[in-house]
Design a protein around this ligand. Structure first.
Ligand SMILES: O=C(O)Cc1cc(O)ccc1O
Ligand SMILES: [Fe+2]
Length: 427
């Protein structure tokens, strides 16, 4: 395939044209847009949102998105959204073994929700897995309810969007704005990973406070696509997520027909290897908020609708410190996945491609194996290398789905991993 080029900078005012002269200069909506194109605006925020949060993009396209057939319901057994579609779960830690990579479906067919909260299109999130063994072909997905954050775990992906194409491998993430058409195609025989469906405020970089003007995920490392319009003629199936349901319609042309665009609402890819990791250089284990890549705030300051947090390779140097995570009960709910390597709180038990859910106030922390090792380890500088875990942390309790509780590879004996923690009190 061709080598793709990118525009850099999270939230920048990008502009791109696939044909010279396709982008109007000095105005957005001339009486006749250049080259016979249609002008179309996509908003990511209310028109009157504060300037710092305001996101919108102008597209100049061969046909506007309004040219589409009538929608009919499209059944999908695995994709759930909103607390109403979750089940009551016992207040216990839950963990799932890696999903088998089979099934012969495309990205849409292979979506399965582990856990949900909130309300589709309003607030909250869903944590999903995807397994894809074939391309979407002439099928596109539009999620009108949520922004989609894709975390590939296995297999490279080609992500085609209305604004252009992105290529990613495991270790990257992809952020797809709410309401923008896209398709996700495996570039290898199979692809597996995780998705966060964010129904709240759009993801943004966290404030840095005393860290200062640099660090964590740096804005310039986020890469947006350049304009690209699909050359092949022919129809498309548009699959739309709206109101927590899937719908399908057909149209006689590709939705990937944007010849030029400009604006600050764009899909991005980002390489987790670019994360500038902050950790203690003295003692104690800092709160995991130091690993926040992106945050979707809620209406209460500091209580995120969802934070996307990574646990990347890093040096552990803390003195007189139990270095893995502490035992804790968190008001926020924690969904975790493992892209590669080992996670320090569960060196043996948490497998790449697996998932865990530690819901609001569910006690958790290092398993007995990790506790024994870390309590006795010689505290010389140690690199946690070749590892990448992540967390979707949300202020609303997550409800597991029927699939997650009854069909997915739920590990019945997960909670046993703490039962060997003995009373070792020596008065
Ligand atoms: O529970 C977990 O494994 C995630 C986590 C990691 C950490 O370093 C501190 C708190 C926390 O919830
Ligand atoms: Fe935790």
């Amino acid at each position: 395939m061709t080598v793709l080029t990118y525009l850099t900078g999270f939230g920048n005012q990008h502009s791109s044209e696939a044909e010279p002269g396709a982008l109007p200069i000095g105005r957005n909506s001339p009486q006749r847009a250049p080259l016979g194109l249609y002008a179309e605006l996509l908003s990511g925020s209310a028109f009157t949102a504060p300037r710092a949060d305001n996101r919108r993009t102008w597209m100049y396209r061969r046909r506007p998105a309004v040219v589409v057939g009538r929608y009919a319901p499209l059944p999908h057994g695995g994709w759930k959204s909103g607390a109403a579609e979750g089940e009551a779960a016992p207040p216990e830690p839950l963990r799932w073994a890696p999903l088998p990579v089979d099934g012969g479906g495309d990205f849409i067919d292979g979506l399965r929700s582990y856990a949900v909260n909130g309300e589709p299109g309003v607030q909250g999130m869903g944590a999903l897995a995807y397994v894809a063994t074939r391309a979407m072909g002439r099928r596109a997905l539009v999620n009108a309810d949520a922004e989609m954050l894709i975390v590939p775990q296995q297999g490279r992906l080609l992500v085609t969007t209305e604004l252009g194409r992105l290529e990613v491998a495991p270790g990257f993430i992809v952020l797809l704005p709410r309401g923008m058409a896209f398709k996700v195609d495996p570039l290898d025989a199979l692809a597996r990973g995780y998705v966060c469906e964010n129904c709240g405020a759009a993801f943004r970089l966290p404030e840095l406070g005393p860290i200062g003007s640099n660090g964590l995920a740096n804005p310039r490392d986020f890469e947006a696509p350049v304009a690209w319009h699909e050359p092949e003629a022919g129809g498309y199936e548009i699959v739309k997520r709206f109101g927590g349901r899937l719908w399908r319609a057909t149209q006689e042309h590709s939705p990937f027909n944007v010849v030029a665009w400009h604006g600050n609402l764009a899909p991005y890819r980002w390489d987790t290897a670019r994360f500038m990791t902050i950790n203690t250089v003295s003692f104690d284990h800092p709160d995991p908020s130091i690993f926040t890549v992106l945050t979707s705030p809620s209406d209460t300051p500091g209580w995120a609708n969802v934070d996307f947090v990574i646990f990347p390779p890093r040096w552990m140097v803390a003195e007189d410190t139990f270095r893995p995570p502490w035992y804790h009960r968190n008001v926020m709910s924690e969904f975790m996945g493992l892209v590669t390597g080992q996670y320090d709180a569960k060196p043996g038990g948490f497998k790449p491609g697996g998932a865990s859910l530690h819901n609001s106030y569910v006690p958790h922390g290092p398993d007995s194996e990790a506790f024994g090792q870390a309590s006795n380890a010689e505290l010389k500088p140690h690199k946690l290398d070749a590892t990448l875990a992540f967390m979707f942390e949300t202020r609303w309790p997550l409800k597991p789905t029927p699939w997650a509780l009854r069909e997915a590879p739920l590990e019945a004996s997960y909670a046993d991993c703490w039962q060997d923690l003995k009373d070792q009190f020596q008065p």
